[in-house]
Write a protein that binds this ligand. Structure first.
Ligand SMILES: [Zn+2]
Length: 590
């Protein structure tokens, strides 16, 4: 079968934004919202089970239709970000959906207000909805009275949310200037950071120096914003809502026990020498005495190899098929139904993603395929996401989507299947070596870098409470980098401002450890696959099929994995060490 490239088709959702079907969908959703509001008075702790389920099914139907409309707009925008008609449609959809969300909010508020014993009775017969219902109630012990919650909501708009908006506004306006081939360029951050992976060491250094020159200039303001957000986090979550620690707030929304995160971060700290060893190896490849922080993503091998799209698709499907024909078929469905947009086009959104609309609809995948080995890996990654949601299609709309810590499982695993396939079949040694280096580069960026961000956050939240200044926080950050890199990497002073350039630590405190969790989980699973072979496959497939219908802890323990056990996480680290050892055996060909 020869696969070709074309823009995707959205007709499985709607024929167009102004079609009669779209109008009918809006009417239908309005009708259902009115119907659900009418059910409101019948909600009571003693209501019949069937009526309770009917109310949930109605909410599910509303969400399903809302998803179809929202994703039609979002995918249309991604396919052509310059299309003003779709832009206008998208903002109209957004405001209509916000109203719908407000009008249906009463259900979760009521559900949280029930006593445990009352909720338990209703949950007993709730089947696949159960975990979704449980999750809403997780926040009950930390929920305040309705008037208090309202005050927090109102004050957040002009408080923490406003500070986050200001942070985004200030930093998104930044422009960066560097000289490339004698020509002065004005760049966005994204464009600038391309040079962090450039062959030229002077350009790599210039890119980072310019990045932190600009952020450093505003550091007193940006640092003050961070301190304010951290204090707000503490005041609200520890003083008012009685969480045990700043980190525990995030752990509850991820539904990951506190001790698991401590174990995970501890294993990272214990294995820091693996990456330091990799950085020393990289220095040798780059013929440097010592690697500079500027060089950690430097390419070490030049590869000219290109794969046309048909060859790439064949490779990905072959790699998947070898593992299990079922997953290859699910990936192929995305192409067969014309749900993949892979070509590079003017106005099309950059990057790559997989969009899952509802369990019964094949997901849509966007990539910008440019024939490099990296692009093949990205294709495998995004199709992996599509496999994951299709495997979980038997669940409800509320429970088929995997939770954040497990969301990258099938994608990263799919990428590893592809890399393995390439290492086995590709005769060009430069491609094989590029893929190996890429894997460890990615593991650093996803596992270790994020773990150390989380450790910095933990420390910073404590220090801000003790009145630390912005300069003191920067010193602590620099120390964090020195602990991370040891004597393997020279860290120059401007990196003290790196933390004020990380939006995640502002907008979603402690979000970053989910990356560490996800990537180490997959590496560890991959190790089990290598050891167990066939016996591993059904356990892995049922882990994916669970979607988000159970807690991450339960999903993993059903697959025989104890996330409390440091040994499990160490298994992931062992895979990285194995890759580094493999790289160490390659003779330096210069
Ligand atoms: Zn992904």
């Amino acid at each position: 079968m020869t696969f070709t490239q074309s823009p995707w088709s959205l007709t499985d959702l709607f024929s167009s934004h102004d079609s009669p079907e779209m109008k009918a969908a809006f009417d239908e959703i309005d009708g259902m919202v009115v119907e659900s509001e009418a059910l409101r008075p019948s909600l009571s702790p003693s209501m019949p089970q069937e009526a309770f389920l009917d109310a949930i099914r109605l909410l599910e139907a509303i969400s399903r239709l809302a998803n179809r409309i929202v994703d039609f707009a979002g995918l249309g925008f991604a396919a052509d970000t310059q299309d003003q008609v779709i832009q206008a449609f998208q903002s109209d959809v957004e405001s209509r959906m916000a109203i719908i969300a407000n009008r249906t909010l009463f259900f979760s508020l009521w559900w949280k207000s029930l006593e445990d014993i009352e909720a338990e009775r209703l949950m007993t017969g709730s089947g696949d909805y159960r975990y979704w219902l449980e999750e809403i109630r997780h926040f009950k012990p930390h929920t305040l009275t309705e008037p208090e919650e309202k005050i927090i909501n109102i004050k957040d708009v002009t408080g923490s949310a406003a500070i986050n908006n200001l942070y985004a506004m200030i930093t998104n306006r930044y422009t960066f200037h560097i000289e490339v081939d004698g020509e002065s360029k004005e760049l966005t951050r994204g464009e600038l950071m391309v040079y962090a992976r450039h062959y030229d060491p002077a350009l790599r250094a210039a890119a980072y120096q310019e990045l932190y020159r600009v952020y450093g200039q505003d550091a007193p303001i940006l640092g003050q914003m961070y301190q304010t957000l951290v204090r707000d986090w503490h005041n609200e979550n520890l003083d008012l809502r009685h969480f045990r620690s700043p980190l525990a707030v995030r752990n509850l929304s991820n539904d990951i026990p506190d001790d698991v995160v401590d174990t995970l971060l501890g294993v990272c700290q214990d294995n820091i020498s693996v990456f330091q060893r990799f950085f020393r190896l990289k220095a040798r490849w780059l013929q440097l005495e010592q690697l500079r922080r500027y060089d950690i993503y430097a390419p070490v091998i030049k590869t000219e190899k290109k794969y046309d799209f048909a060859a790439a698709a064949d490779m990905v499907f072959e790699a998947f098929h070898r593992f299990d024909p079922r997953i290859a078929n699910l990936a192929q469905r995305v192409l067969d139904q014309n749900h993949l947009d892979s070509e590079v086009r003017r106005g099309k959104m950059s990057g790559a993603f997989c969009a899952t609309v509802a369990p019964e609809i094949t997901p849509w995948v966007l990539v910008n395929y440019q024939e490099k080995p990296d692009d093949v890996a990205t294709l495998a990654h995004e199709l992996g996401h599509a496999i994951h949601s299709q495997l979980a299609a038997d669940h409800s709309l509320f429970t088929f989507h995997s939770s954040l810590p497990l969301a990258e499982t099938a994608s990263t695993f799919g990428e590893m299947l592809l890399v393995d396939h390439l290492l086995r079949t590709e005769s060009d040694a430069s491609v094989r070596q590029t893929m190996l280096f890429r894997q460890v580069d990615d593991a650093y960026a996803t596992v270790m870098r994020q773990a150390y961000f989380a450790m910095f956050e933990r420390q910073a939240h404590e220090l801000v409470q003790q009145g630390a200044t912005v300069d003191e926080l920067s010193n602590v950050y620099l120390e964090n980098l020195h602990n991370q890199f040891g004597d393997a990497v020279e860290v120059s002073d401007e990196f003290r401002w790196e933390w004020v350039s990380i939006p995640h630590i502002y907008q979603t405190p402690f979000y970053v450890y989910a990356y560490t969790f996800g990537q180490l989980l997959v590496l560890s699973l991959y190790k089990q696959f290598k050891i167990e072979g066939e016996a591993f496959k059904p356990r892995y497939l049922s882990l994916l099929s669970a979607g988000g219908s159970k807690s991450p802890e339960k999903i993993l323990s059903d697959a025989g994995i104890d996330m409390h056990n440091a040994g499990f996480w160490q298994g992931g680290m062992d895979v990285i060490r194995g890759l580094v050892e493999q790289l160490e055996t390659i003779p330096l060909a210069k």
